[in-house]
Design a protein around this ligand. Structure first.
Ligand code: HEM
Length: 294
């Protein structure tokens, strides 16, 4: 159930929803996909209209309205920006079709904890500390960004947008191994760009973000990176020097080394490796590439 604080909010939401077919056709170059879901309720095409699910489409539009405090024009503009960006960047391809550097793949983990508290059930882990000496991975910013956005999209696939206990994700950055007092300029560039993409094109999806194993000496990096992040997002950040305290906040995570309740699995053991695209995303990827995906 979508919750509105007052009838004005509901009106704005309905108004945005009404105008979607027109926006998609006339402002988004016909691009009709958000996080793997179809958004146009008035599609007449027999091949694609079956993919439309109104409850999910409404849940996604609700998020955009929320991100702009139910400002009609800002929501509409944001929707158009996001759709245009998706049509150009093709995040579904980054998530489900392209292959990424193994060294990057090894440090990106997705976990799913069905019994965890609301909005901490789906967690993206970035073990960035392990990359501190692998500067080559940040030389080509596009490649890094495609990997990171691919991981984001795969994580979103584990969310259920129609369930308000599980429509946000939690993220963890593990900086174990980082001790240098310099922030490499390539790393900084990639970081800045990824942060900007998340802020512009992935609103209202993050519940909490933990930065763990951050040596006190490196608190200045936090201050530096913070400058790129908006205030609302900042409120979701938690920095922990001691990574084994993470279990206090995220009880389902592995006991070793994060202090959670899972004594049977390592983080790698918990990794959800097989993430499938939505039926609609699969259809889009297959038609764009003229191939069958296994
Ligand atoms: C964001 C990498 C060190 C704090 C990011 C991002 C990357 C990254 C790629 C983009 C967001 C994402 O991928 O989720 C690295 C690497 C580091 C490093 C490779 C060193 C090896 C640090 C340190 C801190 C820090 C020491 C201190 C706490 C942050 C913050 C963000 C961020 C606050 C913003 C997160 C967001 O807006 O989602 N980092 N980082 N980073 N990093 Fe780091």
């Amino acid at each position: 159930m979508l919750k509105f604080a007052n009838s004005e909010e509901e009106k704005t939401f309905e108004k945005v929803f009404q105008v979607l077919p027109d926006l998609i056709k006339n402002k988004c170059g016909g691009y009709d996909e958000l996080y793997g879901y179809k958004m146009n309720p008035e599609d007449k095409d027999e091949n694609t209209k079956k993919f439309y699910d109104e409850v999910t489409a409404k849940a996604l539009i609700y998020k955009l309205c929320k991100a702009t405090n139910f400002n009609y024009q800002e929501t509409v503009d944001r929707f158009v920006e996001i759709m245009k960006w998706r049509s150009k960047f093709n995040p579904l391809s980054a998530a489900f079709l392209e292959s990424h550097n193994k060294e990057l793949k090894d440090v990106g983990i997705l976990t799913s904890y069905p019994t965890e508290e609301s909005n901490k059930k789906v967690v993206t882990w970035n073990l960035y500390g392990q990359l501190v000496k692998k500067k080559h991975l940040f030389k080509d910013a596009d490649k890094f960004i495609r990997y990171r956005i691919g991981l984001m999209e795969r994580g979103l696939r584990l969310l259920n947008f129609t369930d308000d206990t599980n429509c946000f994700m939690t993220q963890v950055h593990d900086y174990k191994g980082v001790s240098v007092l310099r922030m490499d300029s390539d790393i900084k560039k990639c970081t800045k760009q990824v942060i900007a993409i998340f802020q512009q094109y992935y609103p209202e999806l993050l519940f909490a973000k933990f930065f763990i194993n951050v040596p006190t000496l490196l608190s200045w990096v936090y201050d530096l990176v913070r400058a790129f992040v908006d205030k609302e997002t900042m409120k979701k950040f938690v920095v922990l020097n001691d990574g084994s305290k993470l279990g206090t906040y995220l009880s389902s995570c592995p006991k070793d080394p994060y202090g959670g309740k899972d004594v049977n699995n390592s983080l790698q053991g918990e990794n959800v490796a097989d993430v499938r695209p939505t039926e609609y995303a699969l259809f889009l990827l297959e038609s764009q590439n003229n191939i069958d995906i296994e």
